[in-house]
Design a protein around this ligand. Structure first.
Ligand code: ADP
Length: 272
């Protein structure tokens, strides 16, 4: 039956040959698809009402109520929370897209991660300064990667954002983007809190967070690393994580060498 999805597992039995087990996972895949579609639809439906609410909130904040001693702070709280909700909706939509589709050949572009990196660092500059973080960049400025812009942007931004969020004041963040004989490598290394081994296994699951209290303080949706993992796997790449509590973490993304391009691409306009 061509409609059925079957998974095979092979157990070698030495001289006796091998035992091969087949499992019908059609139903499992269907349920997974239903879940993905549901999340994508809900997120999509939440987008428009949120945009309307945020628009009117902004108007109120700009008017006399925004300057009111009592109402002003409440409006700003609503604005901050609706901002959080919007990030969540956007992250859920990104994740749904990355989980269920292959990269679109029409959308592939030669991207310079170095440029995306500078953009991320610019947007994070106030927090980097506030924590007096030091940066060490070893970035091959001419090394491009053939991918969808949103994917590479998500990978770069989420990893750098986490390094900034979970670094202690004065810490060093090392970022490298290079080509080896066998692959393209993007590395973000921090001297932050680190992650204990029991959490490390689950860290790329959706909404998995080590310390809920701290997460609420530093912000974020709990979807960042899930997005990174799925974005990387879309290109048959691999996310490697090493971490030690109290010493820091290393997040390294390996991409197939075939995605690498070495040529000057046109600079993208700075409009995001
Ligand atoms: P969040 O929005 O909470 O940062 P992520 O999916 O990006 O969500 O990360 C999941 C959890 O992994 C975080 O809540 C944090 O506990 C941990 N984590 C991620 N990056 C780092 C890092 N560089 N150092 C220490 N802990 C980290």
């Amino acid at each position: 039956d061509p409609e059925r999805i079957v998974e095979g597992l092979r157990y070698p039995l030495g001289d006796a040959g091998a035992l091969v087990l087949f499992r019908d996972i059609t139903r499992l895949r269907q349920l997974e698809q239903v879940r993905q579609d549901f999340v994508a639809n809900v997120s999509h439906e939440l987008r428009s009402p949120l945009t309307v609410i945020r628009g009117f909130l902004e108007n109120l904040l700009d008017g006399p109520l925004g300057r009111d001693a009592e109402v002003g702070p409440q409006l700003r709280l609503m604005e901050a929370q609706s901002q959080r909700m919007q990030s969540l909706v956007e992250d859920l939509l990104s994740l749904a897209r990355m989980e269920s589709t292959e990269p679109d050949p029409q959308r592939l572009q030669e991207l310079l991660p170095a440029e995306l990196l500078h953009r991320s660092l610019n947007s994070l500059a106030p927090r980097i300064q506030e924590k007096a973080l030091r940066l060490a960049l070893e970035v091959d400025e001419d090394l491009a990667i053939l991918a969808e812009p949103l994917d590479v942007q998500s990978i770069v931004h989420n990893l750098v954002d986490n390094a900034v969020k979970y670094s202690a004041a004065g810490g060093l963040i090392r970022i490298a983007w290079s080509e080896t004989a066998t692959e393209l490598c993007f590395t973000v290394e921090d001297q932050g809190d680190g992650i204990a081994p029991e959490h490390l296994r689950r860290i790329t699951e959706r909404f998995y967070r080590v310390d809920r209290g701290r997460s609420r303080r530093v912000g974020g949706t709990g979807l960042g690393l899930a997005i990174v993992r799925h974005a990387v796997e879309r290109y048959r790449g691999r996310l490697e994580i090493h971490s030690e509590v109290g010493r820091g973490s290393v997040f390294r993304v390996h991409f197939p060498l075939a995605l690498g391009r070495r040529r000057e691409v046109e600079r993208e306009p700075e409009n995001t």
